[in-house]
Design a protein around this ligand. Structure first.
Ligand code: CMP
Length: 135
């Protein structure tokens, strides 16, 4: 069993897509292991996006993720990291296949509705950041 961290970003929460998005993961067979709706603290946002801190869009990433409530959760299941990424679709909604979350609901790279860990290593790091109390 593998676990991964998923965020429904402020655009997804604001557009009331949480139920629709969660049902896609659940129908696939992924299990919700932990969940919270939160206003992301600045420090957590900067830590979450630490690998992008030298990129020109780092400030925009942090501003966006802190712009409103985020639904954060841990999903578990076989190959959870890869399964969630397939359900989410490509990072750039222009490349995301119709039928994926970003393919169906997102138009732009900055407002792409969901985030998910990109590897088992990122998942371990991100789960500890967002759910220090888990396990
Ligand atoms: P996410 O999965 O949250 O992780 C990093 C984010 O950076 C990614 O989703 C995109 O939303 C965002 N991103 C990647 N490239 C760019 C870019 N060139 N300009 C703005 N945002 C970007």
């Amino acid at each position: 069993m593998e676990e991964t961290l998923v965020l429904i970003k402020p655009d997804g929460v604001k557009r009331q897509l949480c139920g629709e998005i969660l049902s896609r993961y659940e129908r696939k067979g992924l299990e919700i292991k932990a969940m919270k709706l939160l206003q992301t603290p600045q420090e957590l946002a900067e830590e979450h996006y630490a690998e992008h801190k030298d990129k020109p869009f780092f400030g925009e990433l942090v501003d966006f993720i802190t712009s409103g409530p985020v639904l954060a959760f841990i999903l578990g299941g076989q190959n959870a990291v890869a399964s969630v990424r397939a359900i989410n679709g490509a990072t750039n909604p222009l490349d995301a296949t119709p039928g994926s979350i970003r393919g169906d609901y997102a138009l732009t790279l900055d407002s792409n509705v969901v985030h998910a860990s990109d590897s088992a290593e990122s998942a371990a790091r991100e789960m500890k950041l967002w759910f220090p109390e888990y396990k």
